[in-house]
Structure formats: structure tokens, C-alpha cells
Design a protein around this ligand. Sequence first.
Ligand SMILES: C[S@@+](CC[C@H](N)C(=O)[O-])C[C@H]1O[C@@H](n2cnc3c(N)ncnc32)[C@H](O)[C@@H]1O
Length: 283
Amino acid sequence: MRHYYQDSHTTLYHADARDAVDAIPPVDLLLTDPSYGHHFTSNRVRGRKLRPVRNDGIRQSVRLYRQVLPLIQAEHVLWFCHWKAYADASDIVGQYFRTRGLLIWDKGHPGLGDKAHPGTDYEFIASAGDGKLAVKRGGSIIRGHKPVPPTRRRHMHEKPISLGQHLLTMFGASSMADTFFGSGNFLVAAKELGISAYGIDLEEQNCETAARALEATMAGEVGSFRYPARGTLHPSRSLNLRKAEPRPATPRRFRSADVSGTDQPARAGDRVAGEMPYASAPA
Ligand SMILES: C[S@@+](CC[C@H](N)C(=O)[O-])C[C@H]1O[C@@H](n2cnc3c(N)ncnc32)[C@H](O)[C@@H]1O
């Protein structure tokens, strides 16, 4: 586990969530979007090759859910999941937090996929725990937050910052964690709202992307983070970690060497009692 970045509101760990989740204090909200469990194969966006997401097989994801959820101390959980993984995700989340319902993010237009079937223009969010609404009660379908356009994406599964803010505001969180932060957009959303936040991601490139975004974000100022100019977006193009410029003393980054578990996300002997084998899932 490596303590990667720290500022006035946000702490980042470059780690396997299973190893780092103990370092996170109790929070109001776990808002997270783990690997989806459907082996996404199209990793090209207009000619740019995005990195495939780690732990994205159904069996690996279910194993991860079972190992992370019991360690989380949160009042409420909002857990993104692909519709194919929803039954498992809801079941596992419900073992540790009181099942409350399903939220649906209406993305407004169908994505790629089976051209002979209606497109998937939504994502599921399992909602569980003891959180109380802090806003006027509405329905469970969340609209008005457009997906990040492919040309601007810094992560294959990047979620809009405004969606993060919508969800953080819903239960009035004053502290949050995202144990699979990817681009870090939920952490940026939290910082813009002045919420203290803890993030974990297995990929160093994601930590760097998120750290850069957080450095460019003003605490308590919604809309302060601006996307970088086109052509400098994806870390594989714009980032050379070895040649990175030294950072100012604050915000702080931590460069200690020990990152346990990052090369072996599906660890030998990880199988947890009760985990169901998936006939269709890859071994
Ligand atoms: C669906 S993406 C998150 C996208 C994010 N919500 C965003 O807006 O960019 C899931 C992330 O989980 C990370 N991940 C996969 N296995 C992990 C593990 N064991 N511990 C921590 N992070 C992990 C991947 O590197 C990936 O960035």
C-alpha cells in the first residue's frame, strides 16, 4: 500500500482496496464504482487505446466485493454496478448494509454494444445503509448528467463530476470514500463540495490522473476543475511518471515503494466461502 497524495480534503492510496480499506476512517458515504464484471472488450475510443480495467471479470469482481464490503465503515453505500452483476452486487452489499433500493443513472443515450438490441442507456446504483435524504424527495431515476464525451475521457469508465455531486448531496455526506476511484471524478466532486474524501485505486496511472485533477480543484468551489485541453487528456499520452516535475510541498504526494498486492489482484486462495462459481465466467 502506498500513500500517494494528500491535500486539505482528499487522501489517495495507490493500493489494492483489500489492503488499504482499513486505513480509511468511518465515513458518511461510500460512493464507488468498482470493476463491472462483464469483461468490457472494446477499449478503443476514436483510435486511442484506453487501458483495460483491472479485475473486470465477473468472478473476480464478486470476489472483490465480498472482500472489501465487510471492511468498510460507512453510514450509507452507493455501489455502481453493471446490470449483469446487479443481482450479485445487491446481494453482497445487502449482507453488510440495509438494502434500501436501486438508483438508475439515465445516461440519455445508448452506448455501444449489441447492435441488434436496444442499447443500454443507464447504469445501476445499489443503495444501502442508514442514510437519510438531505434533499427534497424525488424518484430513483437520475437524469441531467451527461456522460463524459469519449474525446475527453481520462478513464474508460469515467463518470461525470456533476453526477458525483448529485449523489453526494442526496444523503448530505460530509465525508466519503471511493475505494475504486479510476479517474478520481467522485473525489473531485467531493472536494468541490468541501467534503473530506478517501480514495483507493490499484493502478498508478489512475492515482496520477486523480492527483493532477485534485491539484487543479478548489475546495468548496463547484465547477473549479476544468478538463485539460484536447490532445493532452489520456495519461498514456500526457504522463511520463519517471520524468514528472517535482511537486510543491503542499499538496503532498508520498513516494514510498511498498505497493503490496498490485500485481496479483486475484490472489491464490482468495476464494471466499459462499462464493458461487460462474459457469460462463472466465477462469
Ligand atoms: C469502473 S472503474 C472506476 C471509474 C470511476 N468511477 C471514474 O469515474 O473514473 C473501476 C476502477 O477500479 C480499479 N480497481 C480494480 N481492482 C481494484 C482493487 N482490487 N483495488 C482498488 N482498485 C481496483 C480499477 O483500476 C479501475 O480504475
